[in-house]
Ligand binder design. Structure first.
Ligand code: CA
Length: 227
């Protein structure tokens, strides 16, 4: 279940070291050297978490954090701010910008990994809560998805797919990411298997008028969207 992390830091040595340590801890890592590159990367694919340096060449990490947290499509991205400052006032400013946590340079990779794990655990938002999107309501405990027309006829794989999509609306998942998160990293199946299950999922959603929620994003994968 590899999480995607975006590292936003202009100092190459620090960014490279962070990326190296995170990849070694089995995260999928993308790197951005400034705010503009970070916005572009986030637009292409939502990360689960962004590590954002306070001082960036084209604006402050604080502004980038505010932008991410104020934009409906991106506000679920968890954020850890990194700064050389250790003033209490700065820490308050960092957290009030919407950052989920805050680390002060220099920090150990062990400390950062512990904070990442804690933030990701918190951002999984309960895990057992009922999710409603559009006309669909998903109950993780009963493993049922219902609409006004009754329960959807879903196999276990289709249920896991739909749950992942409903937990992260608007997020584009590649076939490889879906395989990893729905089937598990140790299972060998071809990527076209994903298409087969997406087709079944849409068929199950069709009688409820919800098949259009699962959208094909050309060259990228699939997403759940009400738009
Ligand atoms: Ca910097």
């Amino acid at each position: 279940m590899a999480h995607d992390i975006l590292v936003v830091e202009d100092e190459n040595a620090i960014r490279g070291m962070l990326a190296f340590n995170l990849r070694r801890a089995d995260f999928e890592v993308r790197e951005a050297a400034d705010s503009q590159a970070a916005r572009k990367a986030i637009g292409q694919r939502l990360p689960d978490l962004a590590i954002i340096d306070w001082m960036l060449p084209d604006g402050s990490g604080l502004d980038l954090t505010r932008w991410i947290k104020r934009t409906p499509e991106t506000r679920d991205v968890a954020i850890i701010m990194v700064t050389a400052r250790s003033q209490e006032q700065d820490k308050i400013a960092g957290l009030s910008s919407g950052a989920d946590d805050y680390v002060t340079k220099p920090f150990s990779s062990r400390e950062l990994l512990a904070r990442i794990t804690a933030v990701l655990r918190r951002s999984q938002r309960g895990g057992e809560e009922v999710i409603t999107r559009g006309c669909l309501t998903l109950n993780p405990q009963s493993h049922r998805v219902t609409s006004d027309h009754g329960a959807l006829a879903l196999g276990p794989t289709e249920f896991r797919l739909l749950r992942l999509f409903m937990e992260r609306p608007e997020r584009v998942f590649s076939r490889a990411q879906l395989l990893d998160r729905v089937w598990g990293p140790a299972v060998f199946v071809e990527e076209r298997t994903v298409d087969v299950h997406i087709r079944r999922l849409r068929q199950a959603m069709e009688p409820h008028g919800a098949a259009g929620y699962i959208q094909t994003v050309r060259g990228a994968g699939y997403r759940f969207s009400l738009n």
